[in-house]
Design a protein around this ligand. Structure first.
Ligand code: FRU
Length: 442
């Protein structure tokens, strides 16, 4: 029963609670994924860093817990780096609760090359709290232009940038975002800062920012900003009102990319859940699952440069090699629609569709994403639409991944992803795809 929703190709811990991906790093041919973890409970308790490793982004081996709470606090989210000397370091937020207030500082951990031993820096915390309650989730990167380390860190409604040459002494540079993009009551969380090449060869910077509530699909979600980062400040290339989403579903949060000294294209993984109901999902031994990894790249669109994501070839192949109704499959769907027609996609052998693709005009379509309620999960049900372009020629290509109830639907060459959890009666049920006139309703 407890394993009914255990995914095959998405990482989920053996037991206990999991939220954000942490300390993602590729080193010596292995991908290391750490994660927010309470090994002793399926609720968000004292945070540890769990640890898993993969060589192909498909099969994950869970390793012993890496970071345990210390007298400095429990271990909130953070990142990992490899120095020019081949040393591995982790950065995390030490979290303390004082009455009804949080107290957070940034800490450094020295690891061996195999990431099996972890030694706290004696000078911790390396970044003291500057008087900001929500001060967390350090993401450290190497900035080649200024030959310094940069730490992007949550500072309430903005992201702060610090710089360092030795990873111990950090200097505040600037903050970004107070008046940009989407905000809500909670802080911005889990930043990531990634340099990428656009198709024209120029370098652009992506700033990923989690917003715990009030995202596109209601509740938690990941937005991104595109711009320039000169080692001191991030300058948004779009207007402050522009909102860009990494994923339009309700179960894609706190995405991070692997640190990769070899400079491969950035690969992201998100936590496939939503703080709105994450503590109530009906699994038993474990609670929390990661998204599929996605390779990120930039594409030029009618609206300007945008971030697109594709599933790595190794993951696609693993899905393709599976046979039989196991509840884990991938499917390409070519949607051919005249204006006014719709294609219904019903999953898990259920009658009612979970996605309805409609062609609105010659050049535009929408995907309605529909989810029924689940007992004990207030606010789980939804019905909302995502706009996308209908291609000038040929069908609208959709790419569907289903893994024991976790669904990732990609479209528009990876510009649009919709990641949603379902807890169906029959996770191994079949998908039915039907095209019809729009007059009939879902
Ligand atoms: C995001 C988050 C982070 C924090 C962690 C605690 O989901 O709230 O900001 O570090 O989870 O588990």
């Amino acid at each position: 029963m407890s394993e009914k929703f255990r995914p095959k190709f998405h990482f989920a811990p053996r037991a206990g609670w999991m939220n954000d991906p942490n300390g993602m790093i590729r080193v010596d041919g292995a991908y290391h994924l750490f994660f927010q973890h309470d090994p002793d409970s399926t609720l968000h308790g004292p945070m540890h860093w769990g640890h898993a490793r993969s060589t192909d982004l498909v099969n994950w081996e869970e390793l012993p817990v890496a970071l345990y709470p210390t007298e400095l606090g429990t271990c909130f989210s953070g990142s990992a780096i490899e120095t020019g000397n081949g040393e591995l370091k982790l950065f995390y937020t030490a979290h303390q609760r004082h009455g009804d207030r949080d107290f957070q500082t940034q800490c450094l951990v020295h690891a061996d090359r195999a990431l099996t031993t972890f030694a706290s820096e004696p000078g911790n915390p390396v970044v003291a709290n500057p008087g900001i309650e929500c001060f967390r989730d350090p993401k450290v990167i190497w900035h080649a232009g200024t030959a310094r380390w940069i730490m992007a860190v949550t500072q309430g409604q903005s992201i702060g940038f610090y710089s360092s040459t030795d990873l111990i002494d950090w200097t505040f540079e600037s903050a970004f975002g107070e008046t940009e993009g989407r905000h809500s009551d909670g802080p911005w969380e889990c930043p990531d800062l990634v340099a990428m090449r656009a198709p024209d060869g120029f370098e652009h910077w992506i700033l990923l920012v989690g917003i715990g509530s009030g995202a596109y699909g209601h509740g938690s979600g990941g937005q991104y900003f595109l711009g320039q980062f000169d080692g001191h400040r991030f300058v948004n290339a779009n207007t402050p009102e522009t909102e860009l989403w990494l994923d339009y579903g309700r179960d894609s949060y706190a995405a991070q990319t692997f640190f990769d000294r070899m400079g491969a294209a950035p690969v992201s993984i998100a936590w496939a859940s939503n703080w709105t109901y994450a503590r109530a999902t009906p699994t038993q031994a474990f609670r929390g699952v990661m998204s599929l990894p996605k390779e990120m790249h930039l594409v030029e669109t009618g609206q300007g440069l945008r971030l697109a994501q594709r599933v790595p070839a190794s993951v696609k192949q693993a899905f393709a090699a599976l046979a039989g109704p196991t509840g884990t499959y991938r499917q390409d769907i070519a949607v051919n629609l005249a204006v006014g027609q719709q294609t219904n996609i019903a999953l898990f052998s259920e009658q009612a569709p979970h996605f309805i693709v409609q062609r609105i005009s010659g050049a535009s379509a929408t995907i309605r994403t529909i989810r029924a309620g689940v007992t004990g999960m207030p606010d789980f049900a939804h019905d909302y639409a995502v706009d996308l372009a209908y291609p000038a020629e040929g069908p609208l290509a959709l790419e569907l991944y289903v893994d024991r109830g976790l669904v990732e639907l990609g479209s528009s060459d990876g510009l649009v992803w919709i990641t949603n959890l379902f807890f169906p009666e029959h996770p191994a049920g079949e998908v039915a795809i039907v095209t019809r006139e729009e007059t009939e309703n879902a």
